[in-house]
Design a protein around this ligand. Sequence first.
Ligand code: ZN
Ligand code: ZN
Ligand code: FE
Length: 737
Amino acid sequence: MRTYKSRETGRTPALRVRLTLHGAVQGVGFRPFVYRLAAELGLKGWVLNSGLGLEIEVEGLPDATREFLDRLESERPAAAVVLTRELSRHSAAGYETFEIRNSEDSEIKTAGVLPDLATCPACLAELSDPENRRHGYPFTNCTHCGPRYSIVLDIPYDRRTTTMARFKLCPACRAEYEDPGDRRFHAQPNACPECGPRLEITGASSAAEVLAGGGILALKGIGGYQLLVDARNREAVERLRERKSREAKPFALMMATLEAVRRYCEVSADEADALASPAAPIVLLRPREAAGIAENVAPGSPYLGVMLPCSPLHHLLLGEFPHPIVATSGNRSDEPIAIDNQEATERLGPIADAFVHHNRPIARPCDDSVVRVSGGVPCLIRRARGFAPLPVRVGHELPPVLAVGGHLKNTVAIARGREVFLSQHVGDLDTIEARRGFERAIEDLCRLYCFEPEAVVCDLHPDYASTRWARASGLPVIAVQHHQAHVAACAAENDVHEPYLGVAWDGTGYGMDGTIWGGEMFLVDGLKMERVAHLRPFRLPGGEAAIRECRRSAAGVLFEIGMEFEGPPQIRQMLERGVNSPVTTSVGRLFDAVAALTGVAYENRFEGQAAIRLECAASSFRKNDAYALPEGNWEPIIREIFHDVKHGVDPRLIAARFHNALAGWILATAREHGVRHVVVSGGVFQNQYLSMKIDNLLKKTELILRAHQRVPPNDGGLALGQAVLAAATASPQRRGP
Ligand code: ZN
Ligand code: ZN
Ligand code: FE
C-alpha cells in the first residue's frame, strides 16, 4: 500500500478538495468507505450526509487527493448511484483529523433516497448460520442491502427519519452502527432479534403450513402486503383469483433460488442478472413445458413473471416451503396495495386465510417492479420497488413542475433542476381507492423533497382522473399531448437533442384532433414536434368495448376498406351510422384486428394479451419478408392477410410479416425525413420481436435507435415526458419565436 508523507522540505502545499455527490449516495455505506479511504491515504477533513447529497472535504498532498478522487470513483460502494459530482479546489483549512460529521438538516432537499435493495450475500450467509446472532432473523440488513425508500419519512436519510426510529438499538447493534469498520456502520434499519422488528402470525401456527395446505397467506413484505399461494396448486390459485376478483391477468411468482427458476423457466444470462440484481424485480420469462406450475397462474400468456426473494423474510419462508409461490400485491383488483397492519387485516381479511404481520411500518406503498430483457437490455415495464425513487437526469434545467401522468399505470413526477423524481408505479386510476393512492403519492413526493410546484402538467385527455385532479388543483395547468409525452420521455432518458423521429405507438391516447391516436410519428426539432406520419384511421365500433373484443377492431378495419365481414348486426350498424365508433390511428388496435383475422387471439382478457400472442407467433417463425405498409396505410396488409389465411399460410408467418411491415414503416419514415436518431416509445414497444426487428433494420443503416431503459415505454413513463415538455411551455426564455 502506498502512503503519502510530507517530505522533510514541506514544499508541496496541502490541497483541500471539496466534493458534492448527488444521487443515491446515502445509506449505502458511502461515508465509512470515504472514511477508510481517507485514513488509508493519510488525508484529513470530513464527510457528511446532507440534504444536498454526500459532501466531502479532503485535505492533504496533491498526489494523495488525486488518488483519493480516482479511488472514490473506482472503489465506491456498488449500490451507490452517483449522478453528478461537483468539485472545487481550495487552500488548506488545517484539519487535524478525518471525521464523519452528523447529518445536517437542510432547507434544500435534493438528496436521492435509495430504492429498497434485496438481501446481500453476506446477510444471507448470517441468516442461515446457526452460530450467528441473526440466525433466522427476518429483518437482517446492512449498508449494502435492506429497506430504504419503504422506510424513509424524511431526508437526509438517517435512522431518526425512518420508520425504524421507534426501535432502540441494543448495545451489540449500536456497536456495529457506530463502528466505521463494520458492514453495518450507519445501516439505518440495523436490527437484531433483541432490539428490532418482530413477526406476528395470525390465523395459523406457521406460514409454510398455510401454503402447504393450499391456503392463501397475506404477508407484509417490503413495499406492502402480498398474497401468496402454492403456485403448483390449481385450486388454491383459483380461490385467490376469485377472492381477489382477478379474472385472467397473470400472477407473478417467487422462487427460492436461480436454480429453482431454471427448473421452471428458460433463463438467459441477462435475465439471470436482472433476477439477481439488488432490485430483485419480477422478470418475464418463457416457461419450460410441463414444468408443474398451475396453468391458471398465467392463463393465455406465453410468459411467467418470476422474482427471487427480495428480503430475509421471503428467504426464510421459501426455505421452509421450497416451492414456487404466487406472490401478488395485497389488494383487490385495481386498488392500491395495503401497507398498514390494521388496514390489511380489514381489506385482506376476506381474501387471506392467515396473516404474517410485523411491526416495522411501511412508509409508502411500493409494488414489485417488472422487467423484460429485450436484446440483452433490461426494459422496465413497471417501475416500483428497487428502482423508485431514483431520479432521471435530463439535459437541461426544468421549471419546478408536478407531472401527474396518465390514467392507466399511473406514475407522477416532480422536476427539480435537471432531475426528475418519478414516483413508484401508482396504478390504474379507475377506483376511488386508486385515486386516493394517486393523491397520496403526490403529497408524499412533494413533502419528501420539500417541493412546491409552480404548475401541474397533465395529459390532454379531459377525462383522465389525473387531468381532473390537475384542473382542480388551483395551480396553473399545462396539458401535454399523450404521444408527444411518450416520445419526449424516451428522448430525455437517452439524452437525444438533435432532430429525431419520435415514434409513439400504443393502445389509446387523446389526439390533438380529438380522435384516438396511437400510431404516431413526430419529427422533433428543438421545441417543434410535428406529426409527420400516422396510421390510416379506422373506426372502433363500441369504443371501449373494442379494447376487449378484437373482432370489433377487425370489423373496423374491414369496414374502412369496404370489405365484407361477419359479425353482429349492431356492430355493422354502429359502423354504418358512425355511432359510438370513435376514429383511431392506434397500432395497438391494429394488432388486435390482425390477431382476430388470423385467429391467433380474439380477446384481451388483460391489457395487451392479443398483441402478446401475436408477438409470440411471430417470434416462433422468424422470417424477413414483410407486408406492404405504404405511409401507414394498412389496407394492403389486411388484403394480403385475407389472401394468406384463405390459402392456409401459417399464422406465425403472417404475424412475422405484419411485425416486419411495421418495422419497415419506421425505417422508411426516418429515411424520408433525413434524421439520424429514431426514438421509440409507447406500450407497443414492450413487444420484443418488434423492437429487435427495428434495431436490426436500423443497424444496417446510419440510423440510431433509442428505446426506453430506465422508465417504462408504457404510460408509466408519461410523467417524465410531461415534465420535460412543460419546460418548453412554461419557461419564457425557452419559448420559440
Ligand atoms: Zn446485507
Ligand atoms: Zn440489536
Ligand atoms: Fe400511451
